[in-house]
Design a protein around this ligand. Structure first.
Ligand code: NAG
Ligand code: NAG
Ligand code: NAG
Ligand code: NAG
Ligand code: NAG
Ligand code: NAG
Ligand code: NAG
Length: 801
């Protein structure tokens, strides 16, 4: 939803609207008398007000049927003010009649009729659509005997009043006019109250806002100048006001499907600088719906297991927590469900180690707890929830741990909470754990171990500083990729946007802001207008330095391969430029810089975040190696090439570029500065390069993630600690991993996982590529979905220093 602020206006919000076929021309100003009818599917029979601004008749609701309604007739967006049959739409051919026995009757051709209006004791002469938006039924004497203003649905218009005993009921959703989950009641006791309803019944559940005017309130008035107020025996209580004239603007006050009562205006004529749309112009009542509702029974603003976040425009948004998905994506009111098999409560098979937590800051489900513990550490809280099959979410705040069970209710984002939700999810991405489909990817680990024992330490060649001449494109390409090398039709590189060089110059303001330099090129910040011409986004513009001489075809082929990748842990390529000799890539911009900057500085991410990052990178690599249409080896995995987005999701950058490096024999790997420590030994030997080079680099990076330090620290006083891989092996060998995570309480409290991760990393950095697991396997090891056997000593890689 877009929003903007206009001078006098507090908040302007577009309402979701559905285009309405413009049929106004066909309608005419007339009254409905006995003997005539309004037909569903024949707009010419609708009633129009004399001003032409309001219509009464049938609205098409897509394929679902017709809704008998009053609406704004001069507005192209369907804006229903009043409706008669939201819960049971009628088919084409249905008609509304004024019957001889003084009723408005809705007749369904497939049988059945529904009384829309009747007034015992009164005679109905004709019905007329007034210029106020009120549909009235008149007696033969010219008195109003029935009117929609006295029987409102969810909307009030200027001049309308809500007397004692009447109410507005919210619709179910923006486009579903069935009765929904909220009510604004002008009570007989004088109080004006907002209630949640016990959906699907109309019985009231819990009040969440009131004027507290018991004994003095009289009626709710929406007056001619756009003020909404409660009259009392003692003056008025203002509910809402706006500064828009009712002459220049259509106005309405609505109890929306999220339980918010707000006023909207729509300019009657086009005003320069104004968009013709409904705009929210009052402070919503209540001001923050997400934190206003907390009910013992019922789901709250959003559905069960979801949570509510208030937007800048003060309208709420409902989301599923991590690991949960919508029950019905087309009807979010139905809530979310767990996207995994819940924990077993079988006491011989407790499954505690098959679950982990997704951390969500300042998210709470305030009324779903069944246990509460004071004075505990976060780690205690985590362990306790893991070992409890009822526990779906633990909330940790101020040394207090609350356990909650599903379905979770009243979910909301609340920045005042100052705590976090630990959402328990089954380890692994697939809904039902690690069943058969993963089995076939298993490395026979006993074979691996036997192999390593046989080869013993002797394989550990002494890899002293070798100046390497390498990285020809040819070597990088695996056999498989070669066989796939039929000519590809290359007109456009796979739906990417092609930029002219001058566009890039403009976008980067003449390459003004440099974000960084890497092995492949220099990165600049830029801004491009969006593909559709309005708005735009910040991008990262990468100017490649070293390129293959193969030129355009090769470049486009690679762009095509990159553009066909799509994974949440890969940076997205948006476009490219290949004018003349320029080779430039345009990527989405990552706000949180690269992992290297976070990890090796004070702002290091916490233990759980680091695990998330490691798992994310592993999944991204696994995708590149095995799942994307053309298998890609990265060749340069390191923390500088892992970027983090707003949500701290890890994204691998620079993949697919290795093949573009120049096949220049004088170039050496030492040019690739900062990469040395991550380079697999086979680069230095005459060995085929496979995806396992990435596994090696990942292993080194995993050690860095565990210990929050660089793989090589020459300034370290303690020599054994200088090379991280050696130090980790020593610690592991001695059976004491604590020094590795010395000042990290969370990791110290999670020792079993520290050990699992260390073992995984040690497998990844085995000198013999065939001993290293695949990235897919690494993913499972990190998640704890497979056990990680004792690793052999990875030959220490002194040469890289
Ligand atoms: C419809 O009824 C109104 C009174 O409510 C009357 O003034 C008007 O003339 C009628 N219009 C037509 C077209 O009969
Ligand atoms: C409106 O929502 C209710 C509740 O989900 C559903 O039963 C009904 O079919 C919906 N009506 C339409 C027209 O989609
Ligand atoms: C509407 O109500 C406001 C506030 O009570 C008042 O100032 C204004 O004069 C009223 N306008 C009309 C047309 O009655
Ligand atoms: C009348 O209004 C005053 C202040 O506005 C309030 O203190 C008082 O309680 C009200 N009296 C009644 C009967 O509502
Ligand atoms: C309407 O205008 C008056 C004076 O111009 C101002 O005091 C008041 O705050 C405005 N109200 C709103 C809702 O903008
Ligand atoms: C009105 O809102 C709709 C959707 O909210 C949007 O697509 C449209 O561009 C807006 N119209 C104008 C004139 O701003
Ligand atoms: C509980 O788990 C054990 C071990 O996995 C299994 O043998 C047993 O059948 C399970 N019991 C039930 C009731 O599922």
């Amino acid at each position: 939803m877009a929003s903007y602020i206009a001078p006098v206006v507090l908040v302007l919000v577009f309402v979701v609207i559905v285009p309405l076929p413009l049929v106004a021309n066909a309608q005419s100003y007339r009254n409905l008398t006995t003997g005539s009818a309004i037909m569903a599917g024949d707009p010419s029979t609708n009633l129009l007000s004399s001003s032409g601004e309001f219509a009464f008749g049938f609205q098409t609701m897509g394929s679902s049927g017709f809704l008998l309604a009053v609406w704004f007739a001069k507005i192209s967006e369907q804006t229903v003010i009043w409706s008669a049959n939201g819960d049971s739409l009628v088919p084409k051919g249905s008609k509304l009649r004024l019957t001889d026995d003084n009723r408005l009757s809705l007749d369904n051709p497939s049988g059945g009729e529904k009384t829309v209006a009747e007034q015992p004791g009164s005679k109905f002469a004709y019905a007329s659509m007034l210029n106020t938006g009120n549909l009235v039924v008149m007696s033969p004497l010219g008195d109003v005997v029935w009117e929609t203003f006295d029987h409102p649905t969810d909307t009030m218009l200027p001049t309308q009043k809500l007397g004692m005993g009447s109410q507005l009921v919210a619709r179910y959703s923006q486009t579903n006019y069935s009765d929904g989950r909220f009510m604004l009641a002008m009570q007989g006791d004088g109080n004006l109250v907002l209630y949640t309803l016990a959906y699907p019944l109309n019985s009231i559940n819990k009040a969440y806002w009131a004027t507290n005017s018991v004994g003095s309130g009289l009626e709710l008035v929406f007056n001619q100048s756009g003020q909404v107020y409660l009259t009392t025996s003692n003056g008025t209580i203002e509910i809402q006001s706006n500064n828009f004239s009712t002459d220049g603007f259509y106005q309405r006050a609505v109890l929306d499907s999220h339980g918010i009562f707000s006023q909207y205006v729509y300019p009657k004529s086009t005003i320069p600088g104004w968009s013709n749309n409904w705009s929210k112009v009052s402070e919503p009542v209540p001001p923050n719906i997400c934190t206003s509702i907390a009910q013992d029974v019922g789901s709250g603003v959003c559905g069960f297991n979801s949570y509510c976040t208030i937007g800048d425009d003060q309208s709420p948004r409902c989301d599923c927590p991590s690991g949960y998905v919508w029950l019905d994506p087309d009807d979010t009111v139905k809530g979310c469900k767990q996207d995994f098999q819940p924990q077993s409560c079988n006491k011989t098979n407790p499954e505690g180690d098959k679950f982990t937590f997704k951390e969500m800051i300042n998210i709470d489900w305030p009324l779903s707890d069944y246990e509460k513990y004071n004075g505990q550490t976060e780690n205690w809280c985590r362990q306790d929830c893991l070992s409890d099959c009822f526990c779906a979410v633990a909330i940790y705040r101020d040394s207090t741990c609350w356990k909650k069970k599903v379905p979770l209710s009243n979910g909301r984002t609340n920045i005042a909470m100052n705590g976090k939700a630990l959402v328990k999810v089954r380890i692994g991405d697939s809904p039902f754990g690690f069943g058969e489909n993963k089995q076939k990817n298993k490395i026979p680990l006993h074979v691996v171990i036997v192999g390593s024992v046989l080869s013993g330490g002797s394989v550990c060649l002494n890899l002293l500083l070798v100046i390497v001449t390498l990285l020809t494109c040819r070597r990088l390409r695996s056999k498989k990729a070669d066989s796939e090398q039929q000519p590809v039709p290359i007109e456009e590189a796979g739906g990417l946007r092609h930029f002219k060089y001058h566009e890039i110059q403009e976008a980067t303001n003449g390459f003004k802001e440099e974000l960084g330099r890497g092995a492949f090129g220099t990165v600049y910040k830029g801004f491009v207008t969006s593909f559709l011409g309005h708005g735009g986004h910040v991008v990262a513009v990468k100017v490649l330095h070293r390129l293959t001489e193969k030129g355009d075809i090769e470049f486009k082929r690679e762009m095509r391969a990159i553009s066909q990748t799509n994974h949440k842990n890969l940076v997205k390529l948006l476009g490219y430029c290949n004018d003349d000799q320029h080779r430039i890539l345009i990527y989405e911009y990552m706000s949180n810089s690269c992992l290297a900057n976070l990890l090796f500085e004070d702002s290091r991410p916490n233990w759980y975040k680091r695990i998330d990052i490691a798992e994310g990178v592993a999944r991204g690599l696994s995708y590149l190696h095995e799942e994307c249409s053309r298998h890609i080896i990265h060749c340069d995995i390191k923390p500088q090439n892992v970027l983090l987005d707003d949500g701290m999701v890890a994204k691998i950058s620079d993949f697919g570029l290795a093949k573009l490096l120049v096949a220049d024999q004088t170039r050496t790997l030492t040019d690739v500065r900062g990469t040395k420590g991550y380079v697999a030994p086979e680069w230095f030997r005459n060995m085929p390069i496979s995806a396992k080079v990435d596994v090696y680099s990942f292993g080194i990076m995993l050690l860095e993630l565990i210990c929050c330090r660089k793989n090589y620290e020459p300034e370290t006083e303690d020599e054994p600690e200088m090379i991280l891989a050696n130090w980790v092996w020593d610690c592991y060998h001695e059976g004491n991993l604590d020094p590795l995570v010395e000042d990290d309480d969370e990791a110290l409290g999670d020792k079993r996982r520290v050990e699992r991760l260390v073992r995984t990393a040690l497998w990844c950095i085995q000198e013999d590529p065939s001993l290293r697991p695949t990235m897919k396997k690494v993913t499972l090891m990190l998640e704890g979905a497979v056990s990680v056997p004792v690793p052999p000593e990875p030959c220490s890689f002194l040469s890289s220093v």
